[in-house]
Design a protein around this ligand. Structure first.
Ligand code: SF4
Length: 348
């Protein structure tokens, strides 16, 4: 279907944004930008991209950095497994590929955290290989232009869209085709209020003709949201307070936070101090406890966190608690979730 890519390419030439990662054809830059933009809007992602590239200008710099530092630069972006995986992948590139970014799709897919979407983006954009990229923008555009109602979160849907995208792909110039299609979805065929009146595909767009734009693309599953209840303890001991590292396989892994007691429902202070875990930490100590905040709701993609912060003052200086003791100014050396960063900034 040559017409499709010709129309798309003309649109792209007239509308493409000047984005920093487009100024250099470097697989490392493509990789960093693709990973950042997986769950982040371009305006927010641009600042993080520039900061990341400034601090880790190449694969070697990223591979040799401590993980804490990588997470610190990532702080606030969320989905921290992206940063942890990039760090591991950078070490893979150094150790298994002599520091050179792999240039075949098979080897690119061997890198930690790189799935078929990111591999196709790097292979096509950085190395000009003929693989179609299918992200959320692409699903939306193709489902609307071609009127496809197969749910995109099923294996049948994934296969159908992948076959169509690869059929449409401009094999002479896969980089431009992929970037143009994603850009078209981001700027023209947007989730809400697509600009159909000035769309070059209007006369062939099935969703426009059949008035099905609002229902496309179709998703079969509703995301289940889990409620969790976090009781954070700001434990003050003279000028110090305590933090802990999240080591479990859970949200915010390897980031730092205030000591946490998670409960199955919202707790009052009286309920909290009679909680088994709380008693195991503070049994026998004369602690003063009071609330520092009303309930805060923190929304993540699949989780709704109900959070309260409590201040606990411990007079003794000799007791040892099972957490890391820090001075307020030292917290800046540790990567922390945005929720904790916001709380500590408000306190400062
Ligand atoms: S006509 Fe509207 S819905 Fe169809 S491709 Fe263009 S912008 Fe998207």
């Amino acid at each position: 279907m040559p017409k499709f890519h010709k129309i798309l390419t003309v649109w792209y030439q007239q509308n493409k944004r000047d984005l920093p990662w487009r100024t250099k054809n470097d697989p490392y830059w493509v990789w960093v930008s693709e990973i950042i933009l997986q769950q982040t809007r371009v305006d927010q992602g641009t600042a993080y991209f520039l900061r990341f590239i400034d601090r880790f200008p190449d694969v070697n710099a990223l591979a040799s950095a401590p993980e804490n530092e990588v997470l610190k630069v990532w702080q606030g972006l969320g989905y921290y497994s992206r940063a942890r995986n990039m760090h591991i992948a950078a070490r893979q590139i150094v150790n298994e590929f002599n520091g050179f970014f792999p240039d075949t799709i098979i080897n690119i897919e061997k890198l930690k955290g790189i799935g078929s979407y990111t591999a196709a983006a790097i292979a096509s954009i950085a190395f000009g290989l003929p693989y179609a990229v299918i992200d959320g923008n692409v699903y939306r555009v193709l489902s609307r232009v071609f009127g496809i109602e197969t749910p995109i979160d099923t294996s049948t849907g994934k296969r159908e869209f992948s076959e169509l995208a690869n059929l449409l792909l401009d094999r002479q110039n896969p980089a431009v085709f992929n970037e143009a299609l994603m850009e078209f979805g981001a700027l023209q065929c947007t989730p809400q209020n697509p600009d159909c009146n000035r769309c070059p595909f209007q006369d062939q767009c099935i969703a426009f003709t059949k008035n099905t734009i609002a229902i496309l693309p179709v998703k079969s599953k509703k995301t289940k949201v889990k409620n969790r209840f976090f009781n954070y303890l700001f434990i003050s001991q003279q000028e110090y307070f305590y933090i802990e590292k999240r080591e479990e396989n859970d949200i915010w892994r390897n980031l730092y936070q205030l000591p946490l007691i998670e409960s199955t429902r919202a707790l009052t202070i009286v309920e909290l101090i009679t909680d088994k875990q709380f008693k195991s930490f503070f049994e026998g100590l004369e602690v003063v406890i009071h609330s520092l905040s009303p309930e805060i709701i923190h929304i993540l993609t699949h989780q709704r966190l109900h959070v309260q912060f409590l201040k606990i003052t411990i007079p003794e200086s000799e007791i040892s608690l099972p957490w890391l003791k820090v001075l307020p100014e030292e917290i800046h050396d540790y990567p922390v979730p945005k929720l904790i960063d916001n709380f500590l900034s408000r306190k400062a």
